[in-house]
Design a protein around this ligand. Structure first.
Ligand code: TXA
Ligand code: MG
Length: 333
């Protein structure tokens, strides 16, 4: 299969330019498209046959369920058995946006999408391209558009690196704004639980619900903590280079010594290095939003330079930084 690439304006996509992507989705094919978090590998969420192709293209085990993307709250309600008050509150506060809710699945969603679980993960993405595709083609099942365990793509080029020849089309709508995958919150048990931290923090969710969800109170999740969702395995989001996270002092020392195939992802350059250009040294910025936006691109770039080791400067730990730590821990397994 030859993968077609269609470039569109990410902010104001032209409906006509997306026509072929819509046709592919409607006849059960795969299209990778931008969302505000990362690029997704999409298929018609209500087709068992179409969604099976996602697992095959990614090399993803059938035990790892997919997120279903919807264009509206009304559509979300059609795909679940129950829509609790918490879901309504959270959807109103954070949708469209990087929050995924796990709820009891309605029959209409094929079993394979949820890996046989009785639940379904739902998200309404904010990206105009994703929204237009869903308007035309309905709900889309879409995991991140990378091969299994590899780093999520934040631009079309990353998608092609992993999935060229395995997906019919990639819609290139520019770089993903958020850069980290959505926060996943389960609304199944007695109380809400964060299954995967993201840029919508447990604190922000707590403000809407009137109490911090479980899984959100610990600032640093222990490595040994059992993962409640089948797909949230430890080794994930991994670049080829070995990732080492070190405090700033050691980071700057290692930077000084360089090393043959050592790449660096830092927060801000020290005064004496400002303006210095080294292709293997990337400064992400100091705000959590900046680090989230640049982290995966940094991994992809340093992998492209065949760096055997990737040294990452340890970010702060509290609040929304937990999402960054979660990905760094998994990348360094
Ligand atoms: O931001 C995102 O969430 C991106 C974009 C494309 O929307 N998607 C994404 O999908 O990160 P993926 O498949 O790479 O990660 C989805 C995670 C998996 O770890 C999976 O186990 C979990 O969501 N998940 C999906 N359905 C679930 C369910 N019913 N119960 C628990 N976890 C679920
Ligand atoms: Mg993924």
């Amino acid at each position: 299969m030859k993968t077609k690439v269609v470039v569109v304006d990410g902010k104001m996509p032209d409906r006509e330019a997306l026509r072929e992507a819509v046709e592919i989705l409607k006849r059960g094919g795969l299209v990778a498209f931008p969302t505000e978090t990362v690029y997704g590998l999409g298929a018609d969420a209500l087709s068992a046959e179409a969604t099976a192709k996602i697992f095959e293209a990614k090399g993803r085990p059938a035990t790892n369920p997919l997120i279903v993307h919807v264009g509206s709250i009304e559509k979300a309600r059609e795909l679940v058995k129950a829509w609790p008050e918490e879901a309504e509150k959270l959807a109103r506060a954070f949708w469209p946006g990087p929050l995924t809710l796990v709820l009891p699945k309605a029959e209409i969603v094929p079993a394979g999408v949820s890996a046989g679980l009785e639940t379904v993960a739902l998200r309404m993405p904010a990206h105009p391209v994703a929204r237009m595709l869903m308007e035309e083609a309905g709900p889309l099942a879409a995991p991140s558009a990378n091969r299994y365990t590899e780093v999520s793509p934040t631009c079309a080029e990353h998608v092609l690196k992993g999935l060229s020849g395995r997906v019919e089309m990639v819609v290139d709508g520019g770089s993903a704004e958020v850069g980290l995958e959505s926060t996943i919150l389960s609304l199944l048990g007695d109380s809400p639980e964060v299954l995967r931290p993201g840029m919508i923090s447990a604190e922000a969710i707590g403000e809407v619900l009137g109490g911090i969800p479980r899984g959100g109170e610990e600032k640093v999740v222990s490595e040994e903590r059992a993962r409640p969702a089948p797909g949230l395995s430890r080794k994930h989001y991994s670049p080829r280079g070995a990732v080492r996270v070190v405090e700033r002092k050691l980071f700057l020392e290692l930077l000084e010594n360089g090393g043959e195939s050592r790449g660096f992802l830092g927060l801000r350059p020290p005064a004496e290095r400002e303006g210095e250009v080294r292709e293997e040294v990337i400064w992400l910025g100091e705000k959590p939003e900046e680090v989230a936006r640049g982290l995966y691109g940094g991994f992809h770039t340093l992998d492209g330079l065949a760096m055997e080791e990737i040294i990452v400067e340890a970010p702060p730990r509290a609040g929304v930084w937990e999402a960054l730590w979660d990905r760094l821990r998994r990348a360094s397994v």
